[in-house]
Write a protein that binds this ligand. Sequence first.
Ligand SMILES: Cc1cc2nc3c(=O)[nH]c(=O)nc-3n(C[C@H](O)[C@H](O)[C@H](O)COP(=O)(O)O)c2cc1C
Length: 131
Amino acid sequence: MLQIMYISSAANCAPIDVAQILTVSRRNNERDGVTGFLYADGRRFLQVLEGPAEAVERAFARIGGDTRHRAVVTLSRREIAAREFGDWAMAHRMPGSDSDALLAQIAERLETASPNVRATFEGFAKIRRAA
Ligand SMILES: Cc1cc2nc3c(=O)[nH]c(=O)nc-3n(C[C@H](O)[C@H](O)[C@H](O)COP(=O)(O)O)c2cc1C
């Protein structure tokens, strides 16, 4: 099984319809055996995708080509023995108390990541805490 984590920024100042993204994501992900969560406040995104490698690669390729966001930075791409973030077709998180625990869980997974990737993620987490 493959796990991909990335962060990105909303493409422009117009608010993004996260509900619409989630509806499409849940339909596709359920069909393809992809799970994970989308951490979104309309300005920045942090997403984890998990599932069969081919299905995750396909979903990530579609997402990467989506013009609603930009500056997609892959934080981590690794083989996993089992899903680490639950069975949700695509759970949704917003800034708040539960998201601190979530960010800590991700930080743990990034311990072996390059300093560059860690710095990118830490910058993201800092912005989120201030939000
Ligand atoms: C931040 C973000 C996260 C997304 N996450 C998913 C996802 O988990 N699964 C998915 O199928 N599409 C996701 N999408 C939507 C895809 O980019 C694309 O619009 C969609 O997969 C097209 O589906 P369709 O071909 O069934 O219309 C996401 C889009 C954005 C902007």
